[in-house]
Design a protein around this ligand. Structure first.
Ligand SMILES: [Zn+2]
Length: 263
């Protein structure tokens, strides 16, 4: 009997035609190669993983560069939208783009209202990030919204309860692991960074590879350090440990862009 395959959700943010030092950017040409690799892995007998594609934040490049690649290969992806940025923030999708995504058969979920880390929110802030975000998406798009991806991947028991009470049935985290149960209520994802090579991703997807379990261990150590030190102190320590690597101004700028956004 063949083992059921684990779904591995890959997480993308922004696409650009040219390479960037900002690690949340993946080059469009590389993204196209990733998608072809995922199709090959799906079709390969003996594969242990079934790759799936997700995007966080709702950047306009997802629509302009990502959707044509997905549509040409008949791939459905999940787009998690920062609802308060929609039609408000430059470089992010508006309601018209989201409607076109849906018409193209793509899937939409919520990514909060303002991209606040949910673990830092009080009850009324949580209501805005979870309930207002879901109701606004439902009202504007006319579809039920039941999936949520956690900004910065941060959560705890209080946040999970609040997500369920707000009407979300599946919560997408940033814990790099595959999900054997498609109906699981929390679902891990592997964040794809611009500096990951196609060869390395292919290796990770190969049967018997231990790369993913290594990444999950690293992630858990980092998460434990964050909860022990608190986010602010963790960021200071992180910056200190990474100081020697930030040689050029460009790298420094990319690093601060990173920490402002997701680290
Ligand atoms: Zn995000």
């Amino acid at each position: 009997m063949t083992q059921p395959r684990g779904r591995l959700y890959l997480l993308y943010h922004e696409l650009r035609h040219h390479r960037s030092d900002y690690s949340y950017v993946v080059e469009t040409g590389e993204f196209e190669k990733h998608i072809d690799l995922f199709l090959k892995v799906r079709d390969t007998e003996g594969s242990e993983l079934w790759p799936e594609v997700t995007f966080d934040d709702g950047h306009i490049s997802n629509f302009e560069f990502g959707v044509p690649v997905l549509q040409s290969r008949a791939i459905k992806a999940r787009f998690f939208i920062t609802v308060g940025w929609t039609g408000q923030r430059r470089d992010y999708m508006g309601w018209q783009e989201l409607r076109e995504l849906l018409q193209a058969g793509q899937l939409i979920g919520a990514h909060g209202w303002s991209h606040a880390l949910l673990t830092h929110c009080n009850a009324s802030e949580l209501h805005r990030e979870l309930v207002d975000a879901r109701l606004t998406l439902e009202h504007k798009l006319g579809i039920p919204i039941t999936t949520m991806s956690l900004p910065g991947g941060r959560y705890n028991r209080r946040i999970l309860t609040a997500c369920h009470e707000a009407g979300y049935t599946q919560i997408f985290t940033s814990i790099p692991r595959a999900e054997p149960d498609p109906a699981a209520d929390t679902i891990g994802r592997l964040n794809i960074r611009g500096d990951m090579s196609l060869e390395w991703i292919a290796k990770l997807l190969q049967p018997g590879s231990n790369l993913l379990s290594g990444l999950e261990r690293q992630y858990q150590v980092k998460a434990a350090a964050k909860s022990l030190l608190g986010d602010r102190l963790y960021e200071k320590v992180w910056a200190l440990l990474n100081r020697q690597e930030t040689e050029t101004d460009m790298r420094k700028a990319a690093a601060s862009e990173d920490s402002a956004h997701h680290q």
